[in-house]
Design a protein around this ligand. Structure first.
Ligand code: C5P
Length: 292
């Protein structure tokens, strides 16, 4: 029996970081958005008792360092099916090391696929609780849509959907390590914070322009030399008519939001002359229903 799931990428409409906690994680306050760029994940049962993973990218690990494998193990343990063999296949399009939750999204897709395969033993909220054990961004990726994520990123509040738009995503060649950027942030006091409350109000009103005007990611201000490239891509996104442009997560991908599809195409075409990884995406709503 084989099940296929799309694993959608996430973008940060805003990203704020608070205190470092005793457990080493940081308090987060982020508006997250699922977008149409996706990996394809398939899960099938096997008789060999092992969890194995295949991927179109050779450098992606196939053991427990791969969040999809970790998610499969967490699910089987919780469902009382430990020892069941599984074969996972990942076709990745979401760039690795981009701040787009590619690995987390694959893991969440595995949780959804296994839940469907075993006749839905867990509700959405329970799947999100399992996801927390796999990684900080995995819980959001279980249902996705537009949400406020707090705590270490696992406490989720669904928000009104982002109004329709075109999103140009551009990733420079280099990737940025998440723990490394958190360490830099610890040694550089933050000068600015996003107006998260203003973004929530703008989403309530369905005012895309007001959302975009307030988009901000504190990681852009940590003084890393590589972020000069990020700033350059942002400024080009804005020159081509983006309503707003920021880096997502800990980077290195940058996105710009456009209402005009032609402007988005022009921006993407121009940026792709200098940067190999450019896409045009759209916002995607929740993939699982909200259960209180
Ligand atoms: O939870 P996850 O394994 O995705 O986190 C990766 C790393 O990112 C952590 O080891 C930590 O260094 C950093 N992190 C953090 N605070 C968060 C989330 C992640 O410091 N809220």
């Amino acid at each position: 029996m084989e099940l296929r799931e799309r694993a959608y990428a996430k973008l940060n409409i805003s990203l704020d970081v608070g205190e470092k906690r005793p457990d080493g994680y940081h308090e987060m306050n982020m508006v997250m958005q699922t977008v149409s760029l996706c990996d394809e994940v398939s899960v099938s049962t096997t008789e060999d008792g092992r969890i194995s993973a295949r991927c179109n990218l050779r450098f992606v690990p196939s053991d427990d360092r791969n969040l999809a494998v970790k998610a499969a193990r967490v699910f089987l343990d919780a469902a009382g099916k430990a020892g069941q063999g599984l074969s996972l296949s990942l076709h990745k399009r979401i760039p690795v090391g981009a701040g787009m939750a590619g690995g987390s999204s694959d893991a969440a897709a595995v949780l959804r696929a296994l839940n469907a395969l075993y006749g839905a033993p867990f509700c959405t909220r329970e799947l999100e609780k399992l996801a927390e054990r796999v990684g900080s961004d995995v819980a959001f990726c279980v249902a996705g849509g537009t949400a406020l994520a707090t705590g270490r990123g696992e406490l989720l509040k669904p928000l009104p959907e982002l109004p329709g738009c075109k999103i140009v995503i551009c990733k420079p060649e280099f990737s940025i390590s998440t723990p490394e950027l958190f360490r830099k942030l610890d040694s550089a006091p933050l000068r600015h914070h996003p107006d998260t409350a203003g973004i929530l109000e703008a989403l309530e009103r369905g005012d895309l322009t007001a959302v975009c005007r307030r988009m901000y990611n504190v990681f852009e201000d940590v003084g890393d030399r590589r972020l000069r490239t990020v700033a350059e891509i942002k400024s080009r996104m804005l020159d081509f008519g983006a309503l707003g442009s920021i880096m997502t997560g800990t980077g290195s991908a940058v996105f710009g939001i456009y209402t005009d599809a032609k402007a988005a195409q022009t921006a993407s075409r121009a940026l792709s002359r200098d940067y190999k990884f450019c896409w045009i995406a759209e916002p995607i709503g929740r993939v699982l229903s909200f259960e209180p």
